[in-house]
Design a protein around this ligand. Structure first.
Ligand SMILES: Nc1ncnc2c1ncn2[C@@H]1O[C@H](COP(=O)(O)OP(=O)(O)O)[C@@H](O)[C@H]1O
Ligand SMILES: [Mg+2]
Length: 298
C-alpha cells in the first residue's frame, strides 16, 4: 500500500489556511502524524477519508486511485476513527459493532456475527459484549472505536488522536493493538500531539506545524536532526530567568548551584553547559520552536 500526497492545500471558507503545500509519501506500516493543536492533522485526515475536499492538490492510492475521481474505491479500503468519536444510540457493545458492520455493507448475518465476535476478541472487549456501549470506560470506548474502524478489514486505517484522555496503561495497550495490526499489508496513520505515542511504534513520522510539513522520515532521522542542538546548562537563580526567556526549555531540575536545565539552542554563548544526546522529545521541540521561528521570521 502507498498513499501519495502532492501539493495539498486546504483553505477553509473563513480563510483559515489549515494545510500548506503538503507533499508526502505514506508507505505500509504505522505512520505517525505529530503536531500541536491546530497543526492541521484532523484536516489532513478528513481529506484522506473523503469527508472533505482539499482546496487543491492531489492524493493517489497505490499509483492507481485518485482521491477525487475514485472516491468509492478508496472508501471501500478505509477505516476511520474520528477525533470526536462518540455514541449516540443506546446499544450494547456487540450491537454497536454489528450496526457499523451493516453500515460498512456486510449483509450476510452469520458472517457479520463472526466478524463482530472476532473483532471484540481482538480489541479485548469480548467479555464486555453485552454491556451498554455508553457505559464502557474511556479506554474501552476507544477500543470499540478502533474495532468499528477495523470491522471491514480496511487497507488504510486512519485514527485521529486515539490516545487523548487515556491513562498510561490504556495508552500502551492501544499502541500495541495498533502495532499488531500494522504488521499486515496495511497503512495505519495515527495522529497525536504526544511524542511518546509515536516513538516506539511508528516506522515513519511527519511533523505538522501551522499547516506546514516540518519534517518527514523515521523517528531516528528526526532525532539525528537535533544533534548538537540540545544542551544541559548549569544555571544560577538569575540565569534561570534569562534562559527561560531566551531558549525553549525542556526540563528544569533544582540542583546545588541553582538549576540544571535542558534547552534547545544552536549555541548557549556565555552559559555553562554541554551538548547532550537528543531524544525524540528534544527533536520535536527543536523542530516546533526553533525551525518554525526561523521560517516565520525569514
Ligand atoms: N471547519 C473548520 N472551519 C474553519 N477552520 C477550521 C475548521 N476546522 C479546523 N479549522 C482550522 O484549521 C486549522 C487546523 O485545524 P485541525 O486540522 O483541526 O488541526 P489539528 O487536528 O492538528 O488540531 C486550525 O487553525 C483550525 O482552527
Ligand atoms: Mg485534530
Amino acid at each position: 500500500m502507498k498513499i501519495s500526497i502532492e501539493q495539498l492545500n486546504k483553505i477553509y471558507t473563513n480563510g483559515n489556511w489549515a494545510l500548506k503545500d503538503i507533499n508526502l509519501e505514506i508507505p505500509n506500516g504505522m505512520f505517525g502524524l505529530l503536531g500541536p493543536n491546530g497543526a492541521g492533522k484532523s484536516s489532513l485526515m478528513r481529506i484522506l477519508v473523503t469527508l472533505m475536499k482539499p482546496t487543491n492538490g492531489k492524493v493517489t492510492v497505490n499509483d492507481q486511485y485518485d482521491l477525487m475521481k475514485n472516491r468509492r474505491e478508496i472508501r471501500a479500503m478505509l477505516g476511520y476513527l474520528p477525533q470526536d468519536f462518540r455514541f449516540f444510540a443506546k446499544l450494547k457493545t456487540w450491537e454497536f459493532l454489528d450496526y457499523t458492520a451493516r453500515l460498512a455493507g456486510m449483509k450476510n448475518r452469520a458472517r457479520r456475527e463472526e466478524a463482530v465476535d472476532r473483532m471484540l476478541e481482538e480489541v479485548g472487549l469480548f467479555e464486555a459484549r453485552d454491556r451498554n456501549a455508553n457505559r464502557l470506560s474511556g479506554g474501552m470506548k476507544r477500543r470499540l472505536g478502533i474495532a468499528q474502524a477495523l470491522i471491514n478489514d480496511p487497507k488504510i486505517i486512519i485514527v485521529d488522536e486515539p490516545t487523548t484522555g487515556l491513562d498510561p496503561e490504556e495508552r500502551i495497550r492501544f499502541r500495541n493493538l495498533l502495532s499488531n495490526i500494522s504488521t499486515r499489508d496495511v497503512i495505519i496513520i495515527l495522529s497525536t500531539h504526544i511524542v511518546g505515542d509515536i516513538s516506539s511504534t511508528c516506522e515513519n513520522v511527519a511533523l505538522l506545524n501551522k499547516g506546514k510539513l516540518a519534517f518527514t522520515g523515521s523517528p531516528s532521522d528526526l532525532v539525528r536532526e537535533a544533534e548538537g542542538k540540545v544542551w544541559q546548562i548549569q544555571a544560577t537563580e538569575k540565569e534561570y530567568l534569562e534562559i527561560n526567556d531566551k531558549f525553549p526549555v525542556i526540563t528544569t531540575i533544582p540542583s546545588d548551584y541553582g538549576w540544571e536545565m535542558q534547552v534547545v539552542a544552536d549555541e548557549i554563548n556565555g552559559y555553562y553547559g554541554k551538548p547532550i544526546e537528543p531524544n525524540l522529545e528534544h527533536a520535536y521541540v527543536y523542530f516546533m520552536e526553533k525551525k518554525l521561528n526561523q521560517w516565520t521570521s525569514a
